[in-house]
Design a protein around this ligand. Sequence first.
Ligand SMILES: NC(=O)c1ccc[n+]([C@@H]2O[C@H](COP(=O)([O-])OP(=O)(O)OC[C@H]3O[C@@H](n4cnc5c(N)ncnc54)[C@H](O)[C@@H]3O)[C@@H](O)[C@H]2O)c1
Ligand SMILES: [Zn+2]
Length: 365
Amino acid sequence: MLVKPSPLTALNRVGIRAGEQCYDAIVGPGLLDRVGKLVAPLVRGPRCAVVADENTAALFAARVLRSLTEASYQRTLITLAPGEESKSLEQLGAVCEQMAAAGLDRTSFLVALGGGVPGDLAGFAAAIYFRGIPYVQVPTTLLAQVDSSIGGKTAVNLPAGKNLLGAVHQPVLILADTDSLQTLPPRELSQGFAEIIKHAIIADASLFALLDSFARNRNFTELVRRNIEIKASIVAQDEQDVTGARAILNFGHTVGHAIERAAGYGALAHGEAVSLGIVAACEVSVRKAGLKEAERAKAISMLEAFDLPTKLPPDFPRQLILPALRADKKFERGQVRFVVTPALGSARLTSDISVEEIAAAIELL
Ligand SMILES: NC(=O)c1ccc[n+]([C@@H]2O[C@H](COP(=O)([O-])OP(=O)(O)OC[C@H]3O[C@@H](n4cnc5c(N)ncnc54)[C@H](O)[C@@H]3O)[C@@H](O)[C@H]2O)c1
Ligand SMILES: [Zn+2]
């Protein structure tokens, strides 16, 4: 008789090391029903709270709450309005108040269920509540599975700027349930692909082949697992973002952020602005870092294959991009610390690039 293998043996596990801490990311289908069981060896409880936005609460919270009850935890659900506006100091306060009202103490833990917004907010609440309690990331957007849930950066926004208030606080576990991506709207999926293509360019050119096969087989598990490995290996070199190793993750983001600001936040999705920033960074790399023309073309056609923009819309207020770039905090004495790729699969930080040279690349968008 054939013995059906336990689905757990088919799961993909990535060991992550960040500073003093080591934890796992587990990737695969069906994980939402196993949160309680998988977290039980790592945290005490008995109390915990699941922090989700209204969309992810409606879609997934019942399964996660059931699994926590089955593992004998006393759990509560805290919901936020969906969207970036919820990453605020007011919302952080409201979440912490609800944690206190539910009786959470230093033995308790949080489960961040959703995209980067609940992830960053719940992560920050966990970083400061009782001076730090454990939390689990259960990312449900592609962007959160391949990027924001990994590395322990948590934050809220201030009117003065995005992510200005935050902490580095590593989760005890990341559970990336690939089934959850089935309900994600296509535009949200592309957000993740922009960061995945960035990973391919800066760290692992073999991801290009995996992206080609993904277009045929739609196998998210392998794609997400490989991207977690890439981000984790960069984070492991520079957990606190001080040595410069982690800065290569900003590839495409200097111009991308300027385009986002020029458009007015929200007009272009972050991934769309980053896609344009990647095109500009590739152009700068051809001119200043020896990137081959054919490699640049390969990167750009991959962005196009995933429906990401590679040209500015005709009515875009182009004249606002340069002032936004100059206002970037990375801009110092007329020079920007800029990430270039000398060859696909590698990247380095350079300050040998002037704003004018970046402006010339933006002209071509
Ligand atoms: N901490 C980090 O290192 C890091 C890195 C990159 C980005 N970020 C942050 O991440 C945030 C963006 O993350 P995001 O794009 O995941 O945004 P998000 O959390 O707002 O999710 C996007 C939208 O998708 C919905 N959604 C989530 N999962 C869904 C699903 N499975 N099915 C259907 N709808 C679903 C959400 O309700 C929301 O409306 C930004 O605030 C950004 O600053 C953090
Ligand atoms: Zn990004």
